[in-house]
Each structure stands twice: as C-alpha cells, then as structure tokens.
Design a binder for this molecule. Structure first.
Ligand code: NAP
Length: 284
C-alpha cells in the first residue's frame, strides 16, 4: 500500500495470525491512574483504537475502565500490556498474566497482545515468561504474544524455549535518532511487527533544525512529523500524552505525506545506539 493511503484505521498483519494490529497506538507510560482514564477516553474519542500499557505503569485498571466507559465495543480496541518479571515457576508467572487480563478486561476477558517487557531479567526469567505467555495464548486469555527491548539473539533464543515462533511484535525504542536498523531488518525478514516506543523522543528534539524545517513546510508540528515518519516506515508508533489537545494532534497525521527526500533527511539523523534516550537493544 502506498503511504498516501494511510489512515487512522490502518492496520498491519501479524505473523501466523488472522489478527491485525491498528498501526497507530496510544502510550500511557507515566500516566497516573485518574488522568489515564481521561486520556484514554480522549484518545478513543479522537479515533485511536490501540492502547499500550504495562504492569510497570500501574494503570492497567484505568485503561480497562476507560474502554468500558467509552462505549467503544471491546473487540474494536486493541489492548497491549507487558509482564515485568517472572514468578518462581511457570504457574506463578502465568498468574501474573491472569491478574493483568482481569485488570484490563475483567474475569473471562482477554488481552490482544501480551509482551515480555524486557530481556534484562536473565535467561531463566525470559524462559519462564515466554512459557507462561504460551500457556495464556493456549488458554485464549491472550490473543498474541510478543517481546519488548529484545535484540536479535534474544529473539533467536525463543526458538529453543517454546512452541510459538516468531513473537508477533518486538517493541523497541525507535525514532529518527535511534533507528536500530539491524534489529528492524531482522524483524522485517521474519515478519515480526516493530513497535516504536518514544516515537516523539519525549519532545526532546523539538528544536532540531531538520525536523523544524520539514514541519514548517507541511504546516504541522514536529511531533506530527515524527508520528508520520514512523507510520511511513511501516512501524507502529505509540505516542503518549496526557494533554487533550496533544492527544488529538498526535493522531491528526493523515492529511500530509512526507516525500522521499524528506524521509531520507529524517533517516539520515540516525545516531545509532548513542541516540537512545531509554535503551538500545543488545543484538549479541
Ligand atoms: N517497552 C518499553 O520498555 C517502553 C519504554 C518506553 C515507552 N514505552 C511505550 O511507548 C510509549 C511512548 O513513549 P514515551 O511515553 O516514553 O515517550 P513519547 O511518546 O515519545 O513522549 C511522551 C512525552 O512527550 C510529551 N508530548 C506528547 N505529545 C506532545 C506534543 N504534541 N507536543 C509536545 N510534547 C508532547 C508528553 O507530555 P504530556 O503527556 O504532558 O502531553 C510526554 O512527556 C509509552 O507511553 C509506552 O506505552 C515502552
């Protein structure tokens, strides 16, 4: 599909799955519980249909409440959360997943996508969490399972752990200054959807000359250019905001198109791992 056909309803296919993930997501890291309900309601009103939370963010209940209060049917909203750490064994780890599903969707509910938040807990923890996620998928309380902050070797390791490969997505830090090209190429080759966290670089690059020039040319904000750059690169950006006007504007990115030259100028801003503000993956 050409990039000028992108819309807020655009989705991407997932590996070995009949499901599609809405390409634009809404991030809720550092969104306090009360505010999070309001922000998610605003996001759903603005047309986002995909919300990205995590056990670590301590706002899963707020996300669930907002979906119920929004009036948008549950099956029309794509909900992602992430397991933070393993329990003592697979069953104890599985219980942590059940707790999150209940917070987001109530008893008998489901989560669309459940990720391992980070590989940093070590090999044993990665194995326990993956096996518990497979169990949750089998129990149909989770539709798809994936990873976050995983480098190439971490993803390869999964082949020797369980039955399901590849993971549906890898959620990593990704913006023009940190493009993680090796990992992205590997994911693309294996049909793993790449989700871009910190797609706005937390507004740190608002004064960057290239970004300002391109945004002025299109009469849009620097953050709108960053979201559009992600979308045109086939990524799943997860912009976060607790500010109603920004929630709306960050999704209002479907009435302009970055041309090849502009994409090339933004692509040339890559600083490799040094451009990360949270963490670049380790591919070895
Ligand atoms: N898997 C992981 O390890 C991981 C790590 C980090 C993030 N994530 C996910 O990715 C999401 C996005 O990353 P992020 O929240 O770290 O960073 P981000 O989306 O790049 O930036 C969010 C920050 O930018 C501000 N902002 C948003 N829109 C703006 C606008 N139009 N103009 C000016 N400032 C604006 C927000 O402020 P206000 O809220 O005050 O508007 C907030 O401080 C997270 O919420 C989370 O869901 C995952």
């Amino acid at each position: 599909m050409s990039t000028d056909q992108l819309s807020i309803q655009s989705t991407l296919g997932l590996p070995n799955s009949p499901d599609y993930i809405p390409q634009l997501g809404f991030g809720v890291y550092l969104s306090p519980p009360d505010k999070c309900v309001k922000s998610c309601l605003k996001a759903l009103e603005a047309g986002y249909r995909h919300i990205d939370t995590a056990q670590y963010y301590e706002n899963e209940e707020s996300v669930g409440r907002a979906v119920r209060e929004s009036g948008v049917p549950r099956q029309d909203v794509y909900l992602t959360t992430k397991i933070l750490s393993a329990g003592d064994d697979v069953d104890a780890t599985y219980q942590k997943i059940v707790d999150s599903v209940e917070k987001l969707s109530g008893k008998g509910g489901y989560v669309d996508l459940f990720l391992i938040h980070s590989p940093n807990g070590g090999e044993k923890a990665r194995k326990l969490m993956w096996l518990a996620l497979e169990k949750a998928k089998e129990a149909t309380i989770v539709r798809e399972i994936g990873v976050s902050n995983y480098g190439i070797q971490h993803i390869e390791e999964i082949k020797s752990i369980g039955k399901i490969w590849p993971p549906a997505v890898n959620q990593i830090e990704l913006h023009p200054w940190c493009q993680q090209r090796d990992c992205v190429e590997y994911c693309n080759r294996n049909n793993i959807v790449v989700e871009a966290y910190c797609p706005l670089v937390r507004n740190d690059k608002a004064q960057d000359e290239t970004l300002l020039e391109i945004s002025k040319k299109h009469n849009v904000s620097t953050n709108q250019v960053l979201v559009r750059w992600s979308l045109q690169n086939g990524l799943v950006p997860l912009p976060k905001s607790d500010t109603p006007s920004r929630i709306v504007s960050n999704a209002d990115v479907y009435n302009f198109n970055l041309n090849e030259g502009e994409m090339a100028r933004l692509n040339a801003l890559d600083q490799g791992d040094g451009g990360a503000i949270v963490q670049a993956v380790s591919n070895k």
